[in-house]
Design a protein around this ligand. Structure first.
Ligand code: BMA
Length: 339
């Protein structure tokens, strides 16, 4: 499929807003950030992959070509979570040290943070790579120095996001389990939702959106940035994957997935119900900073902020390498969802 970028969504002329060159500690890729407003400041927690650089991928390619050995991914990737603050949401001050890293004999790293402020506390959802599968986790902080871990799922689950308000007195999250077995090994995964009385114990799980319902995906979908409240309902982004025949630019061979940003609108009273959906993506990879990088043609939204003016800032990781922002009028985004 050949989707065009929707023109009322403006990609910031100063993109990318964060690159490895901005980081005062080792960084090869900085992307898939969670962003929110907390105590009057914009706050970003970003994923920083380090210890493995483009040259290492090229070296492995060269060895595979020369020796006929299978291509091997370069080892030594580490991931830490960095912290940055901003007064305007566009210009960021990266803090001198990473703010969170979780590593045990069982856990390799946590990554892809998403931030939601609920009742004055900042909650962080993240993915967890372990020796026995990928989990979704949630922690809470008041100062971005001390984090209390609240919960982790069973495998395989990730891309969790929290609603900024309790729904009928309960925390609510969107999530994306990936049941390979029941999908006969196909990468077709859906968005689910669950509720919790305390953000630790989760249940009432329910399918929200099947991947097959998204016209611009032939593969998996997942929650992207945490939902925002609008006059028409809960507006939230999804990422949607289209697999193409052919190869896209990346640092490694065999990359064929385009990641788009999409939109869904959920019922204001009962957000387990979808009341609108964009029939086409609202964020399409087009610029070099989106099409070229560790994995080209990837747009991965992780933060969405509704300003009092009606402007929405949408933050997204681009090409698994840098962090970007786009803006749009909330009314146009709602119109795209068909309401
Ligand atoms: C997903 C996650 C994301 C990443 C995306 C594209 O499966 O690993 O962190 O941005 O793939 O590579």
């Amino acid at each position: 499929m050949n989707f065009k970028q929707t023109d009322f969504v403006k990609k910031y002329a100063g993109n990318p807003i964060l690159t490895p060159a901005d980081i005062p500690y080792p960084a090869a890729q900085v992307y898939n950030a969670g962003i929110t407003k907390f105590n009057g400041k914009y706050v970003m927690i970003f994923r920083d992959d380090y210890g493995r650089y483009e040259e290492d991928f090229r070296k492995q390619q060269e060895i595979a070509l020369r020796t006929g050995e299978p291509y091997r991914w370069p080892p030594n990737t580490q991931i830490t979570l960095g912290l940055a603050f901003s007064d305007d949401g566009f210009h960021w001050e990266v803090q001198p040290n990473p703010c969170l890293e979780l590593k045990t004999d069982e856990i390799a790293h946590i990554y892809d943070p998403r931030l939601t402020v609920i009742d004055g506390r900042c909650y962080l959802c993240f993915a967890v790579n372990t020796n026995h599968g990928v989990l979704g986790g949630i922690a809470v902080t008041d100062d971005f120095e001390n984090f209390e871990y609240l919960t982790m799922t069973t495998p395989d689950n990730r891309n969790m996001v929290l609603f900024p308000e309790k729904i009928d007195g309960k925390f609510m999250r969107l999530e994306r389990p990936f049941p390979v077995y029941s999908r006969a090994g196909n990468e077709e995964f859906d968005i689910w939702c669950s509720k919790s009385p305390d953000c630790r114990y989760w249940g009432e799980s329910k399918l929200l959106l099947g991947a097959e319902q998204v016209p611009y995906s032939n593969s998996k979908i997942g929650p992207a940035a945490p939902p925002i409240k609008t006059e028409k309902g809960w507006l939230t982004t999804i990422h949607a994957v289209e697999k193409i025949n052919g190869e896209l630019y990346s640092w490694h061979p065999d990359w064929n997935k385009i990641y788009y940003g999409g939109l869904i609108l959920l019922d204001p009273e009962d957000p387990t119900k979808i009341i609108g959906m964009s029939k086409k993506p609202f964020l399409v990879p087009e610029h070099e900073y989106e099409t070229k990088g560790m994995r080209g043609s990837v747009i991965f939204p992780g933060g969405m902020i509704l300003e009092d003016s009606g402007e929405v800032k949408i933050y997204y990781g681009a090409a698994d390498t840098v962090e970007c922002v786009a803006t749009a009028d909330v009314a146009d985004l709602l119109k795209l969802c068909g309401v």
